[in-house]
Design a protein around this ligand. Structure first.
Ligand code: FES
Length: 149
């Protein structure tokens, strides 16, 4: 991870500009950003730990607590909301016990509510890890989630 961060750092004239990709690398390595992981990033970039923590806590794409094996990012913004995203959010709660910001008891899924993932024309939409799913319904979402163990 540190080698990868060093490589990224070399691409920017100001090491602060490498902070977001460095945090992404750390999260990819550990699955989430612990205080130790953020400290390692701060040391690698010669930045104050408070700057690293402040940046990591600002962006919803960074996880500050352990996450499930699969991350569901469900959009509930206007297009998705109009086409049923709130029903999907309720379904995730009722069927999987999954609340926004939470993780299933078996560690299979974590859920994050997103503002927009750029798939408004085929709403409602969600990401599972890096896979995009569109035109979601209460019927096809269970089938989709069945692919992820
Ligand atoms: S509003 Fe849901 S993808 Fe844009």
């Amino acid at each position: 991870m540190l080698k990868e961060i060093e490589d990224i750092k070399a691409k920017y004239p100001d090491t602060r500009a490498a902070l977001l990709p460095a945090l992404y690398i750390a999260q990819k390595e550990f699955g989430w950003l612990s205080l130790d992981a953020m400290k390692a990033v701060a040391n690698a970039l010669n930045l104050p730990e408070s700057d690293v923590r402040g940046t990591a806590s600002f962006y919803s794409m960074f996880r500050l607590k352990p996450a499930g094996r699969n991350l569901i990012q469900l959009c509930t913004n206007i297009s998705c909301m109009i086409l049923g995203a709130e029903r999907l959010r309720d379904l995730l709660k009722d069927r999987y016990g999954l609340l926004p910001g939470g993780t299933t008891e078996d560690g299979r899924f974590s859920l994050v509510i997103m503002e927009c993932i750029g798939a408004c024309g085929t709403a409602p939409a969600m990401l599972v890890n890096t896979d995009l799913y569109e035109n979601l319904t209460e019927h096809n979402i269970a089938e989709i989630l069945g692919k992820y163990k």
